[in-house]
Design a protein around this ligand. Structure first.
Ligand code: PLP
Length: 375
């Protein structure tokens, strides 16, 4: 397939011609412009990030900025950042790979373990980047439909694996369904397969659960974390991967040497060393999550799933979910929809934001529902 790119004809990979990329919502500025709103009036309830900006962390970065040697590359080993990560997760710094967000950690796993003729298995619905990253390697993504309450069906996952299965992607709590993962599931998959079992714990701080404690007993396990969610640092792009020395040595072969900038790495280090603020923010958001859930549960025709994360998945039984999304959008509230996803077609995912923002959402959704009754 030849794609015209200005003056040049570029041959792109044939397997990317029909490739379905990661779906993005437009920028806040574009949304504001389209709906005649001021950008500051737009509430992003679609990206699962924190409404709180870590002002103290940014204040310290501002003080240090003038002296930072940004003309040099960062320390490629990111030793100080790794040590801060190690102290935070209570694990060995030599068994940690710092990454440019959790997405880069996912890509590094894919680059190291997946190629043509190999496959990755994952319970679905789940974080869609697992599929994207797998397929970008030319490998096959095998989604295994979750059972009741969105729980992972371990027998079905095992049945989907074969000798070419190199990775099993898990997510705890799962995005977008919000349910937690049983440690027994992880242990069984570690024991009964030779695949690398990857547990994406992007929302760990909200659930308090972790597979890190299983690492010493399972050499085919790794855990991915990020500072994009509870730490309030999505714009800084800091993630990490925790495993054992052998897996980390392999992953480091596929890690770009300088993917985290000097400012970002230092910011991550400061945030991890002062993580008490995270607990306070998480407590507030969990309270807000339960408030929204309890309010919405009173509305007939909605099903609000329990969540261990900073978002809620809502199923619209008597309303048109797409119409609800459009009505909210017209009023400056952006939520996530799942068009084309057979399991979540009638669902929306809503990020828990600050109290005033959640109040505005709760006030607005009444009007949006009235406009969206299914006939
Ligand atoms: C489960 C999961 N993993 C990873 C990410 C991406 O994290 P990062 O911003 O660190 O790349 C997200 C973002 O929504 C997510 O939901």
């Amino acid at each position: 397939m030849t794609v015209k790119l200005g003056l040049w004809d570029v041959r792109i990979r044939e397997d990317l011609v029909a490739f379905e990329p990661y779906a993005w919502e437009p920028s806040t500025e574009e949304i504001a412009k389209e709906h005649g709103l001021r950008p500051e009036k737009v509430i992003r309830m679609d990206t699962n990030v924190s409404p709180y900006r870590p002002a103290a962390v940014m204040g310290r970065i501002a003080q240090e900025l003038g002296k930072m040697k940004v003309n040099q590359y960062p320390d490629t080993s990111y030793r100080e950042l790794r040590e801060a990560m190690a102290d935070y997760v209570k694990w060995d710094a030599n068994c940690i790979v710092p990454t440019n967000g959790a997405d880069e950690a996912i890509d590094i796993v894919s680059r190291t373990y997946l190629t043509r003729n190999r496959n990755a298995v994952s319970p679905v619905p789940t974080y869609s980047y697992f599929r994207v990253s797998t397929e970008l390697q030319g490998a096959q993504f095998r989604g295994v439909v979750r059972g009741h309450g969105f729980y992972e069906d371990v027998d079905a996952i095992l049945a989907a694996c074969d000798e070419n299965t190199s990775v099993i992607w898990l997510c705890d709590p799962n995005n977008p369904t919000g349910n937690g993962l049983k440690l027994g599931t992880i242990e069984r998959l570690c024991e009964e397969t030779d695949a690398l079992i990857v547990v994406d714990e992007a929302y760990h701080e909200f659930s308090g659960t972790t597979a890190v404690n299983l690492l010493s007993d399972h050499e085919n396990l790794c855990v991915i974390r990020t500072l994009s969610k509870a730490f309030g640092l999505a714009g800084m792009r800091i993630g990490y991967l925790v495993s054992n020395e052998e897996v980390v040595a392999e992953l480091n072969k596929a890690r770009p040497p300088n993917s985290i900038g000097t400012v970002n790495a230092r910011c991550g280090e400061i945030a991890l060393r002062s993580h008490n603020y995270v607990r306070r923010d998480v407590e507030r958001l969990v309270r807000e999550r339960e408030r929204i859930r309890s309010e919405l549960s009173k509305v007939e025709g909605l099903r609000v799933y329990p969540s261990s994360a900073n978002f809620l998945l809502i199923r619209f039984l008597s309303y048109d979910a797409r119409q609800v999304k459009r009505s909210l959008l017209r009023r400056g509230i952006v939520v996530r929809s799942f068009d084309g996803n057979p399991y979540l077609n009638d669902c929306l995912r809503v990020t828990v934001c600050s109290k005033p923002e959640n109040d505005r959402f709760l006030k607005t959704i009444g009007t949006a529902l009235t406009e969206s009754i299914r006939t």
